[in-house]
Design a protein around this ligand. Structure first.
Ligand code: ZN
Length: 554
C-alpha cells in the first residue's frame, strides 16, 4: 500500500515538471518555477566541510570511515521518516536529469523532501498537500489527532507502543498498529552490523564499549544503556552520535525520533583553549557583575564540554539549517546520573563565519573596523558562550527547589541565551585583564560580535536566539555602546563598551537570581523588538545566505 501511494505521487510529479515549457530555445534556461526554487537554494551557501584528522592513527582513520558508512544508513532511514513521498520525488527528478529537474533536485536534497523547511514546510515541487503533514511519515498520511487519541482510548493496552519514540504507526485493516523501528526499516540490521564492525576497530575501551552497546540498542530499540556508555567515553579522539535522537520531525506529537548521525573528531588546539576557559569558570563566577549575595560557587563536574570537527552529518541534522552545537543525550534518566555532553562543531562554526558572519560584517560595519572580523574570535565567542551557560544561578535566590527555568517559564530561553552571549563578551574583558588575550584580539572579538548579532537576529523573534540578539543589540545601541554613523554602518565606543556590557549582564543576572517573571517580560518587551533601523540594516543583507548547504570531504 505504501509503495502504491509513493508511485502515484512520483508520476504526478514527473508530469508537472515535464509540462514546463518543453522545447524552449535554450536547454539551460529554467522554467519560472525552477528559477524560483533555484533562488530558494541560494539561501544555503554550498560549503565543503573538511576535518583535520592528521592526529589520528591508521586504525582510527579506518574507524572514522566505518562510522561514515553507518551514518549513510541513518540518512537512508531519515529520508523515509521525513515525508511519505520524498524518496519518490527525489528519484523521479534524478531520472529526468533536465536543467529544471536538477534545480528542483538540489532543493529536494537540502530539505530531504518536497517541503521547504525555511518557508513553513510549504510544498515547492510536485503535487501533494500544500503543507507538509505534521506527523511526517511516522503516521498514516490521513490520520488525524482525533483518530489517534480515540483509538488509544479504545485500546489502552496499545498506548505505550503507539506513543513510543521508536515505532512507526501504520493502518492495517482499518486499525492503527505500531511497528518498532527495528522491524519497520530494513536498514536497521546493516546499521547495527556496521557499528559492531566499528567497535572492532576501536582501541579506546570506552568508545568500543559504547559502539557495541549502540549496535545492540539499534537492534532492540532500547537506548538507555548505550546513552549511559556514551557519557562514559574518555580520552577519545573520535566521537559519534548515531541513531534515532531528536523528536522535532514529528510535529504532530513530538513522540517519534528521527535518525541522524554526527561523526566527529576532537580538535586538539581548540580543546586546549576550552580547558583554559573551563579553568577560569570559578573566577568568572566570582567576578560576575551582580550583587555578591547572589553568587554561589559554580558546579560543573557533571557536564562534559568538547570541541570537535564534524567529519559527516547525516539524516535529521543534515536537513535544512545546520547546527553548530548539540547538547545530548535527551533521556532525562541519563542526565540525572551522568549529566550531559555538549559538543561544539568547530568547522561548522568556521564555515558559517566565512559564508555568513564575515560578509555581514563587510556590509554593516564601518570600513575601518571591517578588517577586524575574525574566524578565531567567532569560534572563541561561541565557546565562551557555552561556558557562560554554567555561570549565574540555577536556582532562584533563597530557594532550593525553584529553578530559574521554572520561574521564568516561556521567557526563560531568550533571557538565558542573552545571559550566555553577554557574559561571553564580559568575560573577554577579564581574559584581557589577566593577560590571556591581546587588546588587538578584543577589537576582533567586538567587531565579530556585532556582525554576529545581525547573523542571529535574522532567525526572528520566534526563536530564543533571535530574541536574545535583539535584546543585546537594542540595549547596546540605546546606551551608545554600539554607534551608527551617517551611512548606516556600525562601530562601537571604546570608552563605554564594556561598562554597558556589564550593565546588561547585571540586568539579566539579577532578573534570573530573583526568578522575576515580570521583569523578564519587561526586558523582552523593551529590547527584544525589531525597529526601523534593524529592518533597514537587515534589508541590506538580502544577498547573504541564511545558512550553508554542506558536503563532506573525508
Ligand atoms: Zn546557548
Amino acid at each position: 500500500m505504501k509503495f502504491l501511494s509513493i508511485l502515484s505521487a512520483g508520476i504526478m510529479c514527473l508530469s508537472v515538471i515535464a509540462c514546463n515549457k518543453p522545447g524552449t530555445a535554450s536547454e539551460a534556461k529554467l522554467s519560472p518555477e525552477a528559477e524560483q526554487v533555484k533562488l530558494l537554494s541560494e539561501a544555503y551557501a554550498p560549503t565543503k566541510i573538511t576535518a583535520d584528522m592528521s592526529h589520528l592513527s591508521e586504525r582510527e582513520k579506518a574507524l572514522v570511515l566505518k562510522l561514515v558508512e553507518a551514518a549513510k544508513l541513518c540518512d537512508a532511514i531519515f529520508w523515509k521518516q521525513s515525508s511519505h513521498d520524498g524518496i519518490a520525488v527525489r528519484d523521479s527528478l534524478a531520472k529526468l536529469n533536465t536543467p529544471d529537474a536538477k534545480a528542483m533536485l538540489e532543493y529536494v536534497n537540502i530539505n530531504y523532501g518536497p517541503y521547504d523547511i525555511l518557508n513553513e514546510n510549504k510544498r515547492f515541487v510536485g503535487t501533494g498537500s500544500e503543507k507538509k503533514y505534521d506527523g511526517a511519515a511516522y503516521y498514516p498520511l490521513d490520520m488525524t489527532k482525533q483518530e489517534f487519541e480515540d483509538y488509544i482510548k479504545a485500546n489502552p493496552s496499545e498506548k505505550a507502543a503507539l506513543e513510543s519514540q521508536y515505532t512507526v504507526v501504520v493502518r492495517e485493516n482499518g486499525k492503527l498498529k505500531a511497528i518498532p523501528f527495528n522491524q519497520f526499516y530494513p536498514e536497521v540490521k546493516q546499521l547495527a552490523d556496521k557499528l559492531d564492525e566499528a567497535a572492532e576497530l576501536a582501541d579506546n575501551p570506552t568508545l568500543k564499549n559504547y559502539l557495541k552497546l549502540r549496535a545492540k540498542a539499534i537492534r532492540t530499540d532500547d537506548y538507555y544503556e548505550s546513552d549511559m556508555a556514551w557519557m562514559d567515553i574518555k580520552d577519545n579522539n573520535i566521537d559519534v552520535v548515531i541513531g534515532p535522537i531528536e523528536n522535532y520531525e514529528d510535529a504532530l506529537y513530538n513522540y517519534k525520533t528521527a535518525h541522524e548521525a554526527v561523526v566527529m573528531v576532537k580538535d586538539i588546539e581548540a580543546s586546549k583553549e576550552l580547558d583554559m576557559f573551563k579553568a577560569h569558570i570559578p573566577e568568572f563566577q566570582l567576578r560576575l557583575p551582580i550583587d555578591k549575595k547572589f553568587i554561589d560557587p559554580v558546579k560543573t563536574e557533571n557536564e562534559i564540554l568538547q570541541i570537535v570537527n564534524v567529519v559527516y552529518f547525516a539524516g535529521d541534522c543534515q536537513s535544512g539549517t545546520k547546527t553548530i552545537a548539540a547538547a545530548l543525550p535527551n533521556d532525562p534518566k541519563v542526565h540525572e546520573t551522568k549529566g550531559g555532553k555538549k559538543s561544539m562543531y568547530k568547522n561548522m562554526m568556521e564555515a558559517k563565519f566565512d559564508k555568513i558572519v564575515k560578509p555581514i560584517g563587510d556590509i554593516i560595519l564601518t570600513t575601518d573596523i571591517r578588517k577586524y572580523t575574525d574566524k578565531k574570535a567567532f569560534t572563541s565567542f561561541v565557546t565562551l558562550h557555552e561556558v557562560s551557560h554554567t555561570l549565574g544561578r540555577g536556582f532562584v535566590f533563597g530557594s532550593k527547589e525553584l529553578t530559574v527555568r521554572k520561574a521564568l517559564k516561556e521567557r526563560y530561553s531568550a533571557i538565558e541565551e542573552t545571559k550566555a552571549d553577554i557574559l561571553s563578551m564580559y568575560n573577554h574583558k577579564h581574559l584581557l585583564e589577566m593577560g590571556k588575550v591581546s587588546p588587538e584580539y578584543i577589537k576582533q572579538s567586538i567587531a565579530t560580535y556585532i556582525a554576529g548579532l545581525y547573523r542571529s537576529l535574522r532567525f526572528g523573534t520566534n526563536s530564543a536566539h533571535g530574541q536574545a540578539n535583539l535584546i543585546q543589540l537594542n540595549f547596546l545601541r540605546n546606551s551608545g555602546a554600539i554607534i551608527r554613523n551617517a551611512e548606516g554602518t556600525f562601530t562601537w565606543d571604546d570608552k563605554i563598551f564594556f561598562d554597558k556590557v556589564a550593565e546588561l549582564a547585571n540586568l539579566i543576572l539579577t532578573c534570573q537570581a530573583n526568578g522575576n517573571y515580570d521583569e523578564a517580560g519587561k526586558i523582552i518587551e523593551k529590547y527584544g523588538k525589531v525597529n526601523d533601523e534593524i529592518t533597514q540594516t537587515v534589508n541590506k543583507l538580502k544577498s547573504i545566505p541564511r545558512d550553508i548547504n554542506t558536503s563532506y570531504a573525508y
